[in-house]
Design a protein around this ligand. Structure first.
Ligand SMILES: *[C@@H]1O[C@H](CO)[C@@H](O)[C@H](O)[C@H]1NC(C)=O
Ligand SMILES: *[C@@H]1O[C@H](CO)[C@@H](O)[C@H](O)[C@H]1NC(C)=O
Ligand SMILES: *[C@@H]1O[C@H](CO)[C@@H](O)[C@H](O)[C@H]1NC(C)=O
Ligand SMILES: *[C@@H]1O[C@H](CO)[C@@H](O)[C@H](O)[C@H]1NC(C)=O
Ligand SMILES: *[C@@H]1O[C@H](CO)[C@@H](O)[C@H](O)[C@H]1NC(C)=O
Length: 465
């Protein structure tokens, strides 16, 4: 075999092996429900197939649902097609998902307020429960500009995950545009973190049993990372609005390969696009700069928060040269962090989890600063990413001192007469609009809203319970 052919074969072998290794990195969740609410069709976004909640026999939407779907015939430019349809609930309504992979589930809810002649979505005020946790209460005042996406990590030990939308008794309805329920990788939420309180650090056990709401997910020093570029279809926003001190720090972008290792952070914990950018403190002369890099996150007091910090030494020229301190809420959380001793490699990701009490100051702060072992003329601190997650309180709520029972009791006392009147009013409005539409012959194109089939049967509406 000639030299060229041999090389060609090696080359092909190498290519196929590297393709295999890339493919083996792709996470494929066992439970993966992507629901385009209010739609009959399928919508594919970045290769992900969102199924309409009217399109299949085994739709997760519970059959007794009192709901109406709408489609926006005038799509907003640049907005994902999943926001073109919406499901509107005029009474408490459930989506029930069968869970094959017990453990932590990622739940994302998408809301986009639009204007329609029939429904003023701005009037909607509602509660959302996920398996007995209150995730949103009195949820309202959504902006019309950008969709609002909320995300939760919820441990499911049963065979079902139930998401329930409950209109507030003073409001008329609830709504949702899209729902994602995805089984999380097993290493995403470990059971133990460090509980940092004043000068004490102790173990916080049972973390995986808490319901978590993702409050901030930040790519430090780098650009926004979109679901397309994330291993778990997450969004990471740039850190500029949270970063408070510029003195002596710099951004760094790394174009080499991020070396994921067993035991360290996996690609599902943080994607390459998060670990390959950072902010750092660099000492330029014989003295170590006496500065911190500080990030400040607005929070709501009265909850515990999980702060996950992502580190990857993409800056040092060699092993064993980077030492720094990590502070959370002004308390020393990690003294003399030495990434080499943990990863034994450069460009290898690591993350640390800290639990703190969110106090009434309304902020949560994170500092990175040089430590007593920091070395002059070198890097003296680095941070690649931060996530801030809220833990449920003792009411099993992520949104106020209200339990699922309280929410349900409140709504069942809700006035069904009002509901009936409301549904009747909607029917009248719709018939009027149909008459007007018929009169405006030929001007069909100017009618921006089409009504899709109502999933609730007429009986349900007539009974009005
Ligand atoms: C919702 O707000 C009303 C007042 O507007 C309050 O009475 C009620 O307790 C709140 N409900 C929840 C579940 O937070
Ligand atoms: C994905 O990341 C690459 C570089 O990391 C970037 O060039 C590209 O624009 C990103 N794509 C999306 C859809 O965000
Ligand atoms: C080192 O540089 C900083 C500014 O970069 C300066 O403030 C400091 O005085 C310098 N220290 C020495 C010992 O030159
Ligand atoms: C860095 O932050 C910690 C915690 O807030 C603080 O104790 C320390 O004094 C700060 N160092 C500097 C140089 O500001
Ligand atoms: C969150 O909910 C779990 C499960 O009900 C409970 O054990 C835990 O104590 C709650 N967390 C807090 C901080 O109260």
């Amino acid at each position: 075999m000639g030299f060229v052919q041999k090389n060609l074969i090696y080359c092909l072998l190498f290519l196929s092996l590297s393709t295999l290794s890339v493919l083996s990195h792709l996470f494929s969740p066992i439970d993966d429900y992507l629901i385009d609410c209010g739609s009959t069709a399928e919508t594919t976004i970045d290769g992900r197939r969102f199924v309409g909640d009217l399109s299949s026999y085994n739709t997760p939407l519970s059959s007794s649902a009192r709901s109406i779907s709408f489609r926006n015939e005038v799509p907003v430019l640049g907005l994902s097609p999943i926001y073109r349809t919406v499901r509107i609930f005029t009474g408490p309504t459930k989506y029930v998902f069968n869970i094959r992979d017990k453990g932590t589930q990622m739940v994302r809810l998408h809301f986009h307020r639009f204007n329609s002649p029939e429904f003023q979505l701005s009037d909607a005020q509602f509660h959302v429960l996920v398996n007995g946790y209150v995730v949103l209460s009195n949820f309202t005042r959504l902006s019309t500009d950008n969709p609002r996406i909320v995300e939760y990590l919820i441990r499911v030990d049963t065979e079902k995950l139930v998401i329930m939308f409950i209109p507030n008794k003073n409001s008329k309805f609830a709504f949702v545009n899209a729902i994602e329920v995805i089984s999380a990788p097993k290493d995403l939420v470990p059971d133990t973190a460090q509980y940092v309180r004043s000068q004490n650090i102790e173990n916080f056990d049972g973390l995986s049993k808490q319901a978590l709401e993702i409050v901030y997910r930040v790519n430090v020093g780098g650009p926004k990372v979109t679901p397309f570029n994330d291993s778990l279809w997450r969004t990471w926003i740039p850190d500029d609005e949270f970063f408070k001190s510029n003195a002596g720090s710099e951004r760094l972008y790394f174009s080499g390969r991020i070396k994921y290792q067993a035991g360290g952070a996996s690609r599902e914990v943080g994607p390459d696009n998060v670990y390959n950018s950072a902010r750092l403190i660099r000492s330029k002369n014989d003295s170590i700069p006496n500065v911190n890099m500080t990030w400040v996150f607005p929070i709501i007091g009265g909850y515990k928060y999980l702060v996950r910090m992502h580190f990857c030494d993409i800056a040092s020229i060699s092993l064993g040269l980077l030492y720094f301190n990590v502070y959370v809420n002004g308390n020393l959380a990690y003294k003399n962090l030495d990434l080499t001793s943990i990863t034994n490699s450069l460009a290898s990701p690591f993350y640390a989890d800290f639990v703190v009490d969110g106090d009434n100051s309304g902020i949560l702060s994170v500092d990175i600063g040089p430590s007593e072992s920091s070395i002059p003329h070198l890097i003296d601190g680095i941070l690649n990413g931060v996530e801030v997650m809220k833990l449920n309180n003792s009411y099993n709520s992520l949104d106020g001192e209200v339990s699922a029972d309280m929410v349900l009791k409140c709504s069942s006392r809700g006035n069904m007469g009002v509901l009936f009147t409301f549904v009747a009013a909607v029917c009248i409005l719709l018939s009027i609009s149909i008459i007007i539409r018929r009169r405006m012959m030929g001007s069909r194109d100017s009618v921006p809203w089409l009504r899709l089939p109502v999933s609730a049967s007429d009986d349900n509406i007539k009974m009005g319970k």
